[in-house]
Design a protein around this ligand. Structure first.
Ligand code: E4P
Length: 217
């Protein structure tokens, strides 16, 4: 399973990249606006740090506008993945971009049939938003399961990119289902780096080393 980091915060992206934790990045207008400043500078900085797929989102609402913005975004780097919303116009844009060989990430997916349409249109990634479904008492993880089944039934190669992740259990369950990628906020990534038994075990090893050598190498 690949991990992307779901943020536009450059310090967190650098830290996670240095830890070898991430294969790519997802951003959206909200995440970029949280960081402020010029979004293009921010996007360029991210693309300098991460060589894997970096999702940048269009904001036009018609297919022609989305395609223009997609071409603009692609000029920033070969690893740009164009994020397109799951709308009728979005599907048109995905179809055209896919025929041009441009990678897309179809975002804001909340039903298995939306995922099926996104895959049929030629989306490279489809992003089910599981945390937002859980928040309205719908089961986000069943959505991932359904999408996995549909894609396997028909041999769709679109990658399932689990989004709107809230905690490590979301990542574990998505991995058990066989989702291809999880995009994870920095804080959640750090949560599953740690385990209390690791910390306890290390403290005891270091204590014993000190007894043996006084702490010298
Ligand atoms: C995915 O690409 C999105 O950026 C994302 O995960 C947004 O989810 P959230 O706003 O519910 O956290």
């Amino acid at each position: 399973m690949r991990f992307f980091i779901d943020t536009a915060k450059i310090e967190d992206i650098r830290t996670a990249a240095d830890q070898g934790l991430i294969d790519g990045v997802t951003t959206n207008p909200t995440l970029l606006s949280r960081e402020g400043g010029d979004w293009r500078d921010r996007a360029k900085e991210i693309l300098e740090v991460v060589k894997g797929p970096v999702s940048l989102e269009v904001v036009a609402e018609d297919a022609a506008g989305m395609i223009l913005q997609a071409h603009d975004l692609k000029k920033m780097g070969d690893n740009v993945v164009v994020k397109i919303p799951m709308t009728p116009e979005g599907l048109k844009a995905v179809k055209t971009l896919s025929s041009e060989g441009i990678d897309t990430n179809v975002t804001l997916i909340f039903s298995p049939l939306q995922a099926l349409l996104a895959a049929k249109a030629g989306g490279t990634y489809v992003s089910p938003f599981i945390g937002r479904l859980d928040a309205i008492a719908e089961n986000g993880m069943s959505l991932v399961e359904d999408i996995r089944t549909i894609f396997d039934n028909y041999g769709f190669t679109a990658k399932i990119l689990v989004a709107s992740v809230r905690h490590p259990m979301h990542v574990l369950e998505a991995a058990l289902i066989g989702a291809d990628v999880a995009t994870v906020p920095f804080a959640v990534l750090q949560q599953f780096v740690h385990h209390p038994l690791t910390d306890k075990g290390l403290a005891s090893f270091l204590g014993d080393w000190k007894k043996l050598t006084g702490g010298k190498w």
